[in-house]
Design a protein around this ligand. Structure first.
Ligand SMILES: NC(=O)c1ccc[n+]([C@@H]2O[C@H](COP(=O)([O-])OP(=O)(O)OC[C@H]3O[C@@H](n4cnc5c(N)ncnc54)[C@H](O)[C@@H]3O)[C@@H](O)[C@H]2O)c1
Length: 265
């Protein structure tokens, strides 16, 4: 009987895998037999997840401490993976940050540059250093963007710009890497309850009301889950063999229909 595991013995790297969406992705790949190397800055949460997942299997996980805003750390993440497993089948660029909401007038150029480095250049560099291995396996890259790249978001110009650039970069990379049979795709989540979402809600004047509004923004009437993000990434990696350069919206229909949107009083 064929195995029900959908990514057995494949080697996957997930950046920002200790919490939130990345954690959901790490878990789903391990549940499907993959050997997952994941990084984050927080060592404690990373090691705890590694231990938990290795106790369950059927795949395995390895935590590597790494700050993806630093090129040397990214290089080390890729080389540790290649030395340990000898191959890389899939790279999931997920680690990123949404700064507190701010108007254009309050946003500095340095804040914008720092976010470009963290959210965008890190994806470019991790892909660049993983590609020699991905090309050998005819593997794939999955970049986590955001629904707001398509629909915009109030007081979040640098964040929205970095996420839009991720979608554009995904398409350009898909073009360049097609000759090596490496697919490059994108996931754009809408509202997914994660530590990042909670942190942003806690900065608003009424966190409970912000969370309720976040849940009601989807036609499906709730936020997405970390596990659903993992399943979407697994779909792109294992099943979507005719997809490259796509942006998969994981939004519960949040972008559909008219709503009360005018800010003109
Ligand atoms: N939560 C949402 O609703 C939502 C929606 C759309 C897009 N996203 C995107 O999904 C991704 C994950 O978001 P999340 O909500 O799970 O965030 P989160 O803050 O809950 O988790 C982020 C993870 O990335 C890691 N990380 C952050 N900075 C890092 C760095 N410099 N080096 C290494 N690791 C780092 C953290 O340690 C953590 O493991 C981000 O790219 C975010 O922009 C999230």
């Amino acid at each position: 009987m064929a195995s029900a595991l959908r990514y057995s013995d494949k080697v996957v790297i997930v950046t920002g895998g200790s919490k939130g969406i990345g954690k959901g992705i790490v878990r789903v790949f391990v549940e499907n037999g993959a050997k997952v190397v994941f990084c984050a800055r927080g060592v404690e949460a990373g090691q705890a997840l590694e231990t938990e997942l290795n106790g369950v299997g059927p795949g395995s996980s390895l935590f590597v401490s790494c700050d993806i805003s630093k090129e040397e750390d990214i290089k080390r993440l890729i080389s540790v993976t290649a030395e340990r497993f000898g191959r890389i089948d899939c790279l999931v660029n997920n680690a990123g940050w949404h700064p507190p909401h701010k108007s254009i007038d309050e946003t500095t150029a340095d804040e914008f540059r720092d976010l470009l480095n963290l959210n965008l250049i890190s994806y470019f560099l991790a892909t660049k250093y993983a590609l020699p291995y991905l090309r050998q396996c005819q593997g794939n890259v999955i970049n986590v963007s955001s629904l707001v790249a398509t629909i915009g978001q109030k007081h979040a110009v640098p964040y929205v710009a970095t996420k839009g650039a991720i979608i554009a970069m995904t398409k350009a990379m898909a073009v360049d890497e097609s000759q090596f049979k490496v697919r490059v795709n994108c996931i754009s989540p809408g509202n997914v309850m994660t530590p990042l979402w909670e942190e942003l809600a806690s900065q608003s004047s009424n966190a409970a009301a912000t969370i309720k509004a976040g849940e009601e923004a989807q036609l499906i009437g709730r936020m997405g889950t970390e596990a659903e993000c993992g399943l979407a990434a697994l779909f792109l990696a294992s099943d979507a063999s005719f997809c490259t350069g796509v942006d998969l919206l994981l939004s519960g229909g949040a972008e559909l229909n008219y709503g009360h949107k005018s800010q003109i009083s």
